[in-house]
Design a protein around this ligand. Sequence first.
Ligand code: NAG
Ligand code: NAG
Length: 325
Amino acid sequence: MFYKTFLVPCLFLFLGVASSNSELEVYFPLFFKLYKNGTVEKLDKAVPKIPASLDPKTGIQSKDTELGARLYAPKAVNQRAPLVIYFHGGGFSVGSPASLWVHRYLNSLVARANVFALSADYRLAPENPLPAAYEDASAVLRWVAKHVVGSGPEPWLKDPRVDFNRVYLAGEGAGANIVHNLAMQSGLEKFPRFNIVGLILIHPYFLLEKPTKSLLAVNEQERNNNTKLWSYVCPSGNGLKDTRVNPILNPSLSILASKKVLVCLAEKDPLIDAERKYGEALRQRGSKKVEFFLTKGKGHVFHMTKPNSKKASEMLDRVTSFMSV
Ligand SMILES: *[C@@H]1O[C@H](CO)[C@@H](O)[C@H](O)[C@H]1NC(C)=O
Ligand SMILES: *[C@@H]1O[C@H](CO)[C@@H](O)[C@H](O)[C@H]1NC(C)=O
């Protein structure tokens, strides 16, 4: 009797809890799986990690430094050269300066544009939800700024050829979102001692409140993957009204700490409409000099997996010319 009335229901209750706990709460392909029991599984384990090294293909030398950042020096520059501070993408949840895609892109950027570069590391969501990554990005800027007056620890940044009057903030996807938010923060606090002369936003992760035409053009799963990500990486935020992901709602865009901005767009990126609206708002309400570069026939961050394609090379040329004027 006891067995029937007590143990059996208990067993079912236990099994029920156990199975619902190991169920999937949400799945973002390439980024992460989150289980109902709280376990997070990252989906970038297959992406190789490359140590800082002399890159055999470009001849560019890199080294790892404090705060997990990786530095790159151009080959044989005699004059002063700009510094690019780069933030990798990966849905705020995967990637690092050592990831093959990121390291490869930085090597080719430095080789092509003849610039110094620092590839920043930051804490990843959902374990470390936003604003953790934004805070780490600010810390990187403050750390770099120490070197302007010669007090920082990093010899490569004390190289007199590093031109702190020509600093560019650049990034792709979520990294480009970080660049925008960092530039807003810098404009407000004016904390760095250097001069941010340009932002390079490649396929920035921005959303609007209502699904745009380009989002409606993809299937529901892909649309959800794009829009729901924000609420999982920034659970304390204001959803799609949050100006960190929907910056056109911000009334003070003009404080952005840069006069010129390059926004790279990809025709098949579901985010393209929001990205274009962002650039237009910066131009109209922010009084910034905004340049667009459109890649036809390609999708979100296509260049990271196809770095040697003609279209990736054209975009790299555009990024380079943006920095050479
Ligand atoms: C949560 O569920 C997943 C999937 O079944 C499992 O791999 C993981 O070990 C579980 N974690 C805990 C803490 O039980
Ligand atoms: C994202 O897309 C996959 C299919 O590729 C789907 O299984 C998953 O549920 C989607 N995630 C969300 C949050 O809609």
